[in-house]
Design a protein. Structure first.
Length: 139
């Protein structure tokens, strides 16, 4: 497939329980742009509005089903059976994107370059969900 490959995710205010005491950040909205520039690199640019102060976990989840929050969205996307980790860790879920933190106006903007996120093939993240959590990730 010719590169770049692009995908867009619209963030909406689901705010439903995620299990284990975690929940999605209620009331946040925004856009996440994915661009796979070659076989090994995906650039993720995000702008999320309506966040409370502090860090918020940022993950790709297994399913795009928001009917019961993170419970129906499933666990972090983990096609290789790895343990949870930070984005820079060798051992981590594909969906582990770390934390994002808003500015004083409640907006988080940033760019991540990732080696595990793919927009093609059997482990593509297309058709899955991206969750912005109310609390920080436990990296």
């Amino acid at each position: 497939m010719p590169y770049p490959i692009k995908a867009v995710c619209e963030v909406g205010p689901e705010g439903k329980p995620c299990g284990g005491g975690a929940e999605a950040a209620p009331g946040c909205t925004g856009m996440i742009h994915f661009e796979q520039t070659d076989a090994d690199t995906c650039k993720i640019c995000y702008e999320i509005k309506g966040l409370t102060p502090g860090k918020h976990g940022f993950h790709v989840h297994e399913k795009a089903d928001f009917s019961n929050g993170c419970t129906s969205a499933g666990p972090h996307y983990n096609p290789f059976g790895k343990t949870h980790g930070a984005p820079e860790d060798e051992e981590r879920h594909v969906g582990d994107l770390g934390n994002i933190e808003p500015d004083a106006t409640g907006v988080a903007r940033g760019e991540i370059s990732d080696r595990l996120i793919k927009l093609e093939g059997e482990t593509s993240v297309i058709g899955r969900s991206v969750m912005v959590h109310a609390d920080p990730d436990d990296l």
